[in-house]
Design a protein around this ligand. Structure first.
Ligand code: ZN
Length: 102
């Protein structure tokens, strides 16, 4: 499960590691020509991973885990990709809510 903390423009994501311990990442959103992109910076190790939404059901993460698992279906998506999909769904829900309020 992904925990998403939003404080104005500061978005942090808690992603459980292989042992189930939540690790904190700062999420940033670079301009991109694809539908959605997020860069996740892990706070304790400094590791950086970029996740891009390429199409309706097509996501790609820059981590080795994702490259290795690529092509083996959604169940084997890496943890960064799962978190990015959760972020995307949250942002989409927020923008649809805003549209209804206007
Ligand atoms: Zn990944």
């Amino acid at each position: 499960m992904t925990t998403i903390l939003v404080d104005c423009c500061d978005v942090r994501v808690l992603i459980p590691d292989a042992k189930g311990t939540e690790q904190e990442y700062v999420a940033s959103f670079p301009p991109c020509e694809d539908e959605f992109a997020v860069v996740l910076d892990r706070q304790d190790t400094g590791a950086r991973h970029a996740v891009v939404k390429l199409g309706p059901a097509s996501w790609r993460c820059s981590c080795g885990d994702s490259t290795y698992r690529h092509g083996r279906g959604r169940r084997s998506d890496c943890k960064h990709l799962v978190a990015a999909r959760d972020l995307f769904q949250l942002f989409r829900a927020m923008s649809e809510q805003r549209k209804r309020e206007v």
